[in-house]
Design a protein around this ligand. Sequence first.
Ligand SMILES: CC(C)(COP(=O)(O)OP(=O)(O)OC[C@H]1O[C@@H](n2cnc3c(N)ncnc32)[C@H](O)[C@@H]1OP(=O)(O)O)[C@@H](O)C(=O)NCCC(=O)NCCS
Length: 259
Amino acid sequence: MEEELKKGEIHLYFTFPNEINDPHLLARYHQFMNAEEAIQQQRFYFEKHRHQYLITRALVRTVLSRYCATSPEDWEFSKNEYGRPEPVLSGEFMPFRFNLSHTEALVSCGVVLETDIGVDVEDTHRITSSLEIAENFFSPQEVFDLSRLSEDAQQDRFFDYWTLKESYIKARGMGLSLPLEHFSFDLGRSKNIDISFDQHLKDDPQNWRFWLLRPGPHHKAAVSVNSKGWKKYEILVRKMVPLSEIKPFECPILRQSIV
Ligand SMILES: CC(C)(COP(=O)(O)OP(=O)(O)OC[C@H]1O[C@@H](n2cnc3c(N)ncnc32)[C@H](O)[C@@H]1OP(=O)(O)O)[C@@H](O)C(=O)NCCC(=O)NCCS
């Protein structure tokens, strides 16, 4: 099935691996993996990680095949020097880009035309937030904002900063080689999602749009999109069981860039 992806649209898919157990579906997902992925899948010690890996491969490949009439198993991936994959078909790069993220019981994949996208999902029960952790990863402004909050509000905002920061470095495609102290989000001053960069990054806040979502009671998600070439973006959120079901997902958007 081919779907149109319009300029300015972000299609964001969420899949909950624990909800997918149909052996026929799982067998079909297996057929989508290439030899390297099949080997990688077998390397996981725990069955739940092999399952999550399988669902992730199926999600990415079936999502990409919605935008280009080709079978999910046909996709190849070209990686940049920091490991960021781009979709390739018969040696050709595509006009659309994607980014995926996985955490306990959730996988997400975002797709957009011709620009950088970063997606991050986190299980908010995975770690207990603390200012000590924040001091290791966050900017002084972010730590200051957290330090003013009550314990519950701090736990909540900790994951807002974490997912936003991660989605930004993923959109930049550089992983942790992009120093986390070179940019800073500010969620404390307004309802907006503000970002500032130090001079090393040579980036401009006007070039970015951000979203914070809550795909489940234990999960937070953030999306970063480079809006330099196209200013107006909207996000369409879906829940997907690869090869079986796609439906609009009533996922609360907690905040988004105000433009
Ligand atoms: C590798 C990294 C890009 C994401 O790691 P992560 O948060 O553990 O994993 P996620 O599930 O969100 O994303 C992994 C996916 O991103 C993609 N990816 C890999 N390298 C990437 C890169 N350089 N840029 C963007 N995306 C990348 C891949 O598709 C990967 O999934 P796959 O290996 O199954 O194909 C990197 O940001 C990292 O190492 N983060 C560590 C987390 C951390 O300490 N964050 C600091 C707090 S803000």
